[in-house]
Design a protein around this ligand. Structure first.
Ligand code: PEP
Length: 244
């Protein structure tokens, strides 16, 4: 089976209840999208967004704790995300790896917790500009994949997002050849390690916009996008969804 196509939006730390009007616009503009659509708002909006989306788009968290419950002030468990209405959770985003020092081992533990709770883990990998300039991109991505994805991953419970750190929020994107090279490597590694690795959805993320989405989606083994800034407005995210 071919991987499912997914357009995923990461709202990061943006948005209050008023921002859900964008979901109404997105749903009005996209009555029957040709792909799965996921929006990951701040945790405060998951419950309200789930109600607003009435099953037409999936809702996800942006992180979860590796433990099921306990004394972890300010954190949120995978089961709590599920309870609020989430079906997915983004894990190992480069901003969390940078801001909170998250390691591959921690991302892997969080993904195990997400799977145990019944959430789809959207696991992010990506090189910094210095790592790319040093020619380390492919080794780094292979090592992040090996370290961040738990053994129990399947095409049903795991999505991988390749997000070059230097392309996030910068307006810069890799060349199509650079994206193709990394996605081919990811497909090889996942197919070698997991029985259904050929069916895992592989997203590209980093300055995806209406103007470059179609070209990016035409690259082999790109099954969708993880979109930050351009997911905040239906007028930007809608055309990206339509391009997939
Ligand atoms: C992201 O944060 O995952 C992202 C890809 O951001 P942007 O689309 O704004 O580059």
């Amino acid at each position: 089976m071919a991987p499912r196509k997914l357009a995923a939006g990461n709202w990061k730390m943006n948005g209050t209840l008023a921002a859900l009007a964008e979901i109404d616009r997105l749903l009005a503009d996209q009555p029957a999208p040709g792909c799965d659509v996921l929006v990951c708002p701040p945790a405060t909006l998951i419950h309200a967004l789930t109600a607003r989306a009435s099953g037409r788009i999936d809702v996800g968290g942006q992180d979860c704790h590796a433990n099921a419950s306990g004394a972890h002030t300010g954190d949120i468990s995978a089961a709590q995300l599920l309870d609020a209405g989430a079906s997915h959770v983004i894990l190992g985003h480069s901003e969390r790896r940078a801001d909170h020092g998250e390691t591959d081992a921690q991302v892997r533990a969080k993904a195990e917790a997400a799977h145990k709770a019944g959430l789809v883990a959207v696991i992010c990998v990506g090189e910094t500009e210095a790592q790319r300039d040093a020619g380390q991109t492919l080794n780094l991505i292979a090592s992040q994949l090996a370290g961040s994805i738990p053994e129990g991953a399947t095409a049903a419970n795991t999505v991988i997002a390749y997000e070059p750190v230097w392309a996030i929020g910068t307006g810069r994107t890799p060349t199509t050849d650079q994206i193709a090279e990394v996605h081919a490597l990811m497909r090889d590694r996942l197919s070698a390690r997991f029985a259904d690795g050929a069916e895992m959805a592989l997203l590209y993320g980093g300055s995806v916009k209406p103007g470059n989405a179609a070209e990016i989606f035409s690259i082999a083994h790109v099954n969708g996008a993880l979109v930050g800034g351009a997911s905040l407005k239906a007028s930007d995210f809608g055309p990206i969804v339509a391009a997939l």
